[in-house]
Design a protein around this ligand. Structure first.
Ligand code: NDP
Length: 284
């Protein structure tokens, strides 16, 4: 049995994941004796790999695409935010041998927006692009942050409608069409001012594509935030800047902040994220 506490990220096709680097930096800074690895597993192997990891003494896993819903089903108990999101991105072994499922994605996004980017969410008009797993995870935390309105816009509009209905009990969330054909979306913004924040939670950036976005969405005060991250600015970021947005940023800060939330759950200490984010951004 390994004496050092073991953690890992599990996903499919995650050879380039930055999570091992992030958690190694957290562990060093907080003087935690732990190791953090990488488990590449296709959906068919997910359950077997996870069970083996914990049976052999593993303490916690980060869960990424495409396993977040499978992780929800596998966990024995869930935090309220994981239950609400309908997805799990963090698994932890509890003292009774049970598996706890949490979701730290939304908290990570809100913290990056409010703390790192100094963006005021209270009273903000927010457009959320996408209705997949990531979008599900961020809706409740954005509503809890006190946004004035949350408009969900998706390529397949019916998915946006379903999501908006599912979270309507938590606050002002509605679905808006992706095109300009109706005035439905405009009702949520001040005249010609655009949204205060546009969050791109589609996976379009991963293929270098731009989701359809209502033309009225961008104003000169708009912060455009792409959940995707990489070496270079995304198509969405380029589009937002050319459409006149005040700022366009990628989701590296969210990645680091959601990792810090997972680290807190596992180790009981919240690492300082600023130096880690700076290290990730500095050219190697
Ligand atoms: P899903 O596969 O669950 O959902 C994908 C969504 O993107 C769907 O709403 C889909 O629309 C939409 N979409 C895909 N391609 C296009 C396109 N060409 N045009 C318009 N819409 C499109 O993915 P996830 O929700 O899990 O992930 C979304 C993104 O968020 C990924 O880039 C992922 O890397 C990123 N992410 C980043 C995190 C971070 O920490 N920074 C954390 C979690 C996720 P439809 O329903 O119509 O098919």
């Amino acid at each position: 049995m390994n004496s050092i506490d073991r953690y890992a990220v599990i996903g499919s096709g995650i050879g380039h994941s930055r999570s091992p680097q992030i958690h190694a930096l957290f562990a060093k800074a907080t003087r935690q004796a732990m190791e953090y690895g990488l488990l590449d597993a296709p959906p068919v192997a997910f359950q077997t790999v996870v069970r083996k990891f914990f049976r052999e003494g593993g303490r916690g896993l980060n869960v990424t695409v495409p396993h977040k819903q499978a992780a929800l089903r596998l966990a024995d108990t869930h935090t309220p935010r994981a239950q609400r999101a309908g997805a799990v991105n963090t698994l932890a072994s509890a003292a009774n041998g049970k598996l706890l499922g949490d979701n730290t994605d939304g908290a990570g996004l809100v913290r990056d927006l409010t703390v790192n980017l100094d963006c005021t969410l209270r009273g903000a008009r927010v457009l959320l692009l996408g209705a997949g797993g990531a979008a599900r995870g961020v809706i409740a935390p954005l509503l809890e942050a006190g946004v004035a309105s949350l408009s969900v816009c998706n390529r397949h509009g019916v998915r946006a409608k379903k999501l908006a209905q599912e979270f309507a009990d938590l606050g002002p969330v509605t679905a808006v069409p992706a095109d300009d054909s109706t005035a439905a979306g405009r009702a949520h913004i001040r005249d010609d001012a655009g949204y205060d924040v546009i969050v791109n939670a589609t996976s379009a950036s991963l293929r270098g594509e731009l989701p359809q976005i209502p033309a009225y969405a961008v104003g000169t005060q708009t912060l455009a935030y792409d959940l995707a991250y990489g070496e270079r600015d995304t198509v969405f970021m380029h589009w937002a800047r050319s459409a006149g947005a005040a700022r366009a940023v990628m989701g590296l800060g969210m990645l680091v902040e959601q990792a810090a939330e997972s680290f807190l759950l596992w180790r009981g200490v919240r690492p300082d994220t600023a130096p880690v984010l700076a290290a990730l951004r500095s050219p190697t």
